[in-house]
Design a protein around this ligand. Structure first.
Ligand code: ADP
Ligand code: TRP
Length: 330
């Protein structure tokens, strides 16, 4: 089974990315061949400074490795190191109806907010389809927000197979060149809230970064927005962002105890925030040590990416060979 997913290097990764995505990538690497990549070509739609893109791309690789991705088990690579993906992206674009892309949230939301779109943003889902289809991926684990992109990917794969493979059966997915991937939507991971209570996101400036210096993490956690219930009064855990974040870290019995303290009163938000900080350090302390180690060993990380690219290219070449033959390019 091939498992594939990517993360854009559009900012420093945060606990939402971890609980919503990366934790699953690390778990899934034991269930099949994991192919995980840094979606640097996609990030070009938002990051327009070369040094920043280079730095953030390397940082995503460091994050993956520090959080437990084993390069002997899974393949870690940079999207832009696989030229077959951009080739496939063009080929797919020739069978992709305009209407399909016009309905994409990534494009619709930006234009609705008055942001003028460029072709890169419009074609974003086609490149994502190429990412997935170039490796005959079986399973693609992503957060809910990517659900539509996966539906578009399947639609494009069906369209390609219908156009070029006479034995293709869209009901069973058999007889095509491109494999129809199964989404693995992580519905159960509730959306992780940011320090302002909104969805935590790199683009909302409300994140708790996984690998920020300890002081910054503390400052972020102590700054989580809470209501003004006085220390001695009972508090509602179910509307509290600190409690929502504690839920991600604490074990069931610890959480019961914390809930009881909320309901009873007498404990202030500052105290709950300190507990959250301690849980954060317990959970990520080891990964943070590995991150520091890896940061001073860039050559090793570059080597991992190089090896990963070569493994990924082998697979993509095989698929592209079939695509080139089917289309008459070869
Ligand atoms: P961001 O919104 O911070 O830019 P991305 O869109 O790059 O994050 O998402 C990378 C992965 O992390 C996706 O699979 C996404 O579903 C997941 N993710 C991002 N933010 C959250 C969140 N707040 N809660 C749960 N999962 C998240
Ligand atoms: N669009 C995804 C995101 O923003 C990143 C991504 C690019 C991706 N290509 C992919 C995810 C292929 C899964 C499979 O999170």
């Amino acid at each position: 089974m091939r498992i594939l997913s990517g993360v854009q290097p559009s900012g420093k990764l945060h606990i939402g990315n971890y609980f919503g995505a990366i934790r699953q990538f690390v778990e899934l690497q034991h269930k099949g061949h994991g192919l995980y990549f840094i979606a640097d070509l996609h990030a070009l739609t938002t990051i327009r400074e070369a040094d920043k893109l280079r730095e953030l791309s390397l940082d995503v690789a460091l994050n993956f490795l520090a959080l437990g991705l084993d390069p002997e088990k899974a393949t870690l690579f940079r999207q832009s190191d696989i030229p077959e993906v951009t080739e496939l992206s063009w080929i797919l674009s020739t069978v992709t109806p305009m209407g399909l892309l016009e309905r994409a949230h990534s494009f619709k939301d930006k234009t609705a907010r008055g942001i003028s779109a460029d072709h890169g943003l419009f074609a974003y889902p086609v490149l994502m389809a190429a990412d997935i289809l170039a490796y005959h991926s079986d399973v693609v684990p992503v957060g809910k927000d990517q659900k539509q992109h996966l539906e578009i990917t399947r639609d494009i794969a069906v369209k390609f197979n219908q156009t070029y493979c006479k034995d293709f059966d869209p009901q069973t997915g058999e007889g095509g060149v491109l494999k129809l991937p199964d989404p693995h939507i992580l519905e159960d991971t509730a959306v992780v809230p940011g320090v302002d209570g909104q969805k935590m996101s790199k683009s909302y400036n409300n994140t708790i970064e996984l690998f920020a210096p300890e002081k910054a993490v503390k400052k972020g956690i102590m700054g989580i927005k809470t209501d003004s219930t006085p220390l001695e009064e009972p508090k509602n855990p179910d509307t509290c962002t600190v409690f929502a974040l504690l839920k991600l870290f604490a074990k069931a019995d610890q959480l019961d105890e914390i809930r009881a303290l909320y309901v009873k009163g007498g404990v202030g938000y500052g105290d709950f925030k300190k507990r959250l900080f301690d849980h954060f350090m317990d959970t990520f302390g080891e990964a943070r040590r590995r991150y520091d180690e890896l940061s001073s060993n860039e050559d090793y990380v570059q080597e991992v990416l190089k090896k990963g690219a070569s493994k990924a290219r082998e697979i993509a070449n095989d698929v592209m060979d079939q695509v080139r033959r089917a289309t008459g390019l070869k």
